[in-house]
Design a protein. Structure first.
Length: 81
């Protein structure tokens, strides 16, 4: 149960930093931290094989989302020619 509280505390701290930070590029690492913490909470709350699969799917989806946001803010794919 302590691990769940630690993950929740980290998620709350990262969410506060996302809200308080003015620079968008500095918000992105905290967005990743929130997704990692939520994944950990999902996996720890319900230790069942299906829950582990759901946590893994959430983790992959949120990572792809964070990468898409970072790619968009950095200028996207550069096309030569």
């Amino acid at each position: 149960m302590i691990a769940i509280y630690i993950c929740a505390g980290i998620a709350v701290y990262a969410a506060i930093r996302i809200i308080a930070e003015h620079n968008t590029m500095r918000k992105l690492p905290f967005l990743n931290v929130v997704s990692f913490a939520v994944t950990g909470i999902i996996a720890l709350l319900m230790p069942h094989p299906i829950t582990i699969a759901a946590a893994a799917a959430y983790f992959v989806g949120s990572t792809l989302e964070s990468n898409a946001i970072a790619s968009t803010w950095s200028g996207g794919i550069k096309k030569d020619g």
